[in-house]
Design a protein around this ligand. Structure first.
Ligand code: NAG
Ligand code: NAG
Ligand code: NAG
Length: 382
């Protein structure tokens, strides 16, 4: 229940109004206001402190800006910030020093990132790396929305309690809004599968726009600038690198990315499992599929692996997938032509990455527990 935050967050509320010059000539009034409540030592969910992990992540999602034709709110972190972020994530993973004592390097302090222990109502503890301050933006229709000042997302690490086992899995959620429901779904699966970590992207894939004139990912120009799954210079990807590093001495792990697909995409398929290889279906995907079928009683005919159905959601361009499948960091982004095929393809697929594309029905609350049970039954613990 307690969400401990450091003193810099105990600032009193201040409000300044400024005019931002937007490149297309439109003006957007930005009202900067730090803090969300009179007592800012906790993250507030509405008028009260967030009590459960699911309330917390719901609130975090509400602060992620969606597509807006006039505002480009996402700014990528610089190299120094990415390196500092990695060192903090490493400390969180090994829980040394304790979550609340992890030193925050200057570059992240400027971005108001901090680590805090969050105790859920069932008394389990999590170490949360996030930047809570928000800014209010007024759009052209005079609607105010409160968004994060820094859109780099949140890392949540499970802290070991007594002798409970942890599952060698990270639940990774790259698309807060366009893959509707996946923040909440991922939080529940993380919670109930004893997974080690939960990664929540802090920008929507379309935060800086989605049309052809909007800025594209400098890693893969088919995708947009703020899309965490299609770039390397973002904190989501940086956290994946450190989690992979942490598990490398422990026999490895699996990053499971939960995505959402539209109702008319891949007809007849409700969940599509891929490890980023369009040549051969993966055994871990197959195992998770059947374990989910067992725990959910879901219609097995609609749970498909790559190659089993007419469906193009193969996940071969997913950058975290490319990284976990062994493409070296300098080769992750290089394409032969703009938006074309990658010049370096993975050479091994050893179960570190799994992407699940889901219709809206299978993302529903009634299947959260079945997904968590399937994760526990499919992956090793430690
Ligand atoms: C302003 O924000 C509201 C709420 O998100 C949205 O419905 C509306 O379309 C936005 N207006 C403009 C001009 O962006
Ligand atoms: C996805 O993989 C399948 C099976 O190998 C293949 O037939 C299909 O062309 C691939 N789709 C894309 C978009 O690459
Ligand atoms: C998608 O289908 C589900 C039922 O499976 C329905 O509840 C939902 O409203 C549909 N979503 C859209 C955007 O049409």
């Amino acid at each position: 229940m307690k969400f401990t935050t450091p003193t810099y967050f105990l600032t009193t509320t201040f409000v300044t109004t400024l005019l931002l010059d937007i490149s297309n000539g439109a003006h957007l009034r930005q009202t900067t206001s730090i803090s969300t409540s009179p007592s800012t030592d906790q993250l507030y969910c509405g008028q009260a402190p967030c009590v459960t992990l699911s309330e917390l992540t719901k609130e975090l999602r509400n602060r992620v800006p969606r597509e807006d034709p006039n505002i480009k709110l996402y700014a990528a972190p610089n190299d120094a910030q990415i390196n500092d972020w990695k060192s903090v994530v490493k400390s969180m993973l090994i829980a040394d020093p304790r979550c609340e004592s992890i030193p925050i390097p200057d570059s992240l302090t400027e971005a108001k990132y901090t680590t805090a222990r969050f105790t859920d109502e069932d008394d389990y503890d999590y170490c949360v790396l996030s930047s809570l301050p928000t800014q209010s933006y007024e759009n052209n229709s005079n609607v105010y929305s409160k968004y994060f000042e820094y859109l780099w997302g949140t890392v949540i690490i499970r802290l070991r309690k007594n002798d409970i086992f942890l599952t060698k899995v990270s639940i990774d959620i790259p698309h807060p809004w366009s893959d509707k429901g996946t923040y909440a779904q991922g939080t529940s699966i993380f919670k109930n599968s004893n997974a080690k970590s939960l990664l929540l992207a802090g920008s929507e894939r379309y935060t800086n726009g989605k049309d052809e004139n909007s800025p594209k990912s400098d890693c893969d120009s088919r995708y947009n600038e703020a899309d965490a799954a299609h770039g390397t210079n973002n904190m989501f990807h940086a956290a994946v690198e450190k989690i992979d590093n942490y598990f490398s001495g422990k026999g490895g792990y699996t990053a499971i990315q939960f995505h959402g697909m539209g109702n008319t995409t891949c007809p007849g398929v409700d969940a599509f499992f891929s490890d980023g290889n369009d040549q051969e279906a993966s055994s871990s995907g197959n195992e998770l599929r059947w374990n989910f079928e067992t725990s959910s009683n879901f219609n097995e005919d609609t749970l498909k692996l790559v190659g089993e159905a007419e469906c193009n959601m193969n996940g071969t361009r997913n950058i975290q997938g490319r990284f976990l499948n062994g493409v070296s960091t300098p080769e992750l982004c290089r394409t032969e032509s703009e938006g074309g095929i990658f010049s370096t393809e993975p050479t091994r697929y050893d179960g570190k990455f799994l992407q699940i594309e889901q219709k809206e029905n299978i993302r529903g609350e009634q299947y959260y527990k079945a997904w968590a049970e399937a994760v526990i039954n499919s992956f090793p613990s430690y």
